[in-house]
Design a binder for this molecule. Structure first.
Ligand code: CA
Length: 392
């Protein structure tokens, strides 16, 4: 106990040192902000008395696109609920989506899939203050140069009066609106598609959908070109050196014995790269430059696959033919909610609301249940744990 006061002192000093470092860093950014057309009053209004949010720095190294097994990531993002909801959105917004396709060449299912993954079709798009996040990421952690550019863009957006400052919230990394645009992309590509005088990615689905199609068009999207296909590789196929960027002509893949998942030949005259996100034992995909356009929206192949697969499902396609190489596949949102309900039944009353999101408290309860079952307590919830809780 006698060490506690000095320990608290050290912790407080650490936080104070961080705040001081943040203030020094922001002060050092003033000239660059000025050069980027952020006025002195704008800079003062939005950065004075700003405290860093160190939580967003921790997020930099814990992004689900990279940390989660792909079968968990896709089970959550492309579940029956999102397919059903997306089909309803395709109907409800059919007229706008058709005009978007005419103008930008991107089909309705792809645009709606981005909408579904980015904000669950406009139902939740982040409440983190954007300027605070971007200012923190401009001064701490990796990629500070990138986040500085985005911080200056965010401040120019506020300076131009596009959004009220209190409304200007988004994801921890500064993306905002129904299809999660970064500030620089908003400045470059946002569209006032409903022609009410302003590009509004928060309250106008038409503006958000058109802006997304505009982004994909500029990222090299080709009308009528599929994103790619699930394929079957012949036994003993070597994937060494293959990847999204190593594009080869259809004829070459055909000659090497690759076929579509249903056994039909790979379509001719395409330039295709091979994706094997879980190794040769799992599903394999040949992808076109349209997959690359989706990738540029959020640079993770698992993200690209989630959008591409959800779009296929919205067009009436089925699940992948080849199963993931695991005996414990991931949970849909409905199954995650059921898991949370069982955790509460089993005495874990502190996990919060049943929301299908597996946060810290849910994961702690999952670890406790895994321990009770004599399993390795890794905090991951899959079908096996759900079944075990159902059976109890
Ligand atoms: Ca508008």
């Amino acid at each position: 106990m006698r060490y506690l006061p000095s320990l608290l002192f050290v912790v407080a000093l650490g936080a104070q040192a961080q705040t001081d470092e943040f203030a020094r860093c922001l002060d050092g950014l003033r000239p660059a902000a000025r050069a980027a057309s952020v006025s002195e009053p704008t800079w003062r209004t939005h950065t004075e008395a700003l405290q860093p949010d160190m939580g967003v720095v921790a997020n930099l190294d814990a992004q689900p696109e990279f940390k989660t097994p792909i079968w968990d990531y896709l089970a959550f993002l492309v579940d029956e609920e999102r397919v059903t909801d997306g089909s309803a959105r395709l109907q409800a917004h059919a007229e706008v989506l058709q005009r978007v396709q005419q103008r930008y060449g991107v089909d309705p299912a792809t645009v709606v899939a981005v909408w579904g993954v980015e904000s669950n079709y406009g139902q939740g798009f982040g409440r983190t203050p954007i300027v605070r996040s971007l200012a923190t990421l401009s001064c701490f952690g990796r990629r500070q140069t990138y986040f500085r550019t985005e911080l200056f863009a965010a401040l120019r957006i506020l300076q131009a009066g596009h959004f009220a400052p209190e409304r200007f919230t988004g994801s921890w990394a500064g993306a905002f609106g129904q299809t999660q645009f970064m500030p620089s992309n908003f400045e470059r590509l946002a569209v006032d598609f409903d022609a009410d005088g302003r590009a509004d990615l928060f309250d106008s689905a038409a503006d958000a959908l058109a802006s997304t199609a505009h982004f994909l068009q500029r990222a090299g999207w080709r009308p009528q070109l599929p994103w790619g296909f699930e394929v079957k590789l012949p036994a003993g196929f070597s994937v060494a050196g293959e990847g999204r960027r190593s594009k080869r002509p259809s004829a070459e893949w055909r000659a090497r014995g690759v076929r579509l998942a249903d056994g039909s030949p790979v379509p001719e005259d395409l330039s295709l790269g091979l994706l094997t996100p879980a190794g040769v034992q799992g599903p394999a995909f040949l992808v076109t430059r349209n997959f690359d356009a989706i990738y540029s929206y959020n640079a993770a192949e698992s993200y690209g696959l989630a959008i591409a697969h959800l779009a296929d499902r919205l067009r009436g396609g089925g699940p992948f033919t080849t199963p993931w190489p695991t005996d414990d596949t991931g949970l849909s949102r409905a199954e995650r909610r059921e898991l949370q309900a069982w955790l509460i039944v089993n005495g874990h009353h502190d996990i919060g609301t049943i929301d299908g999101l597996l946060g810290e408290k849910t994961r702690a309860a999952v670890r406790a249940e895994q321990q009770r079952l004599g399993w390795a307590p890794d905090g991951r919830a899959g079908q096996k744990l759900l079944q075990a809780l159902r059976a109890r």
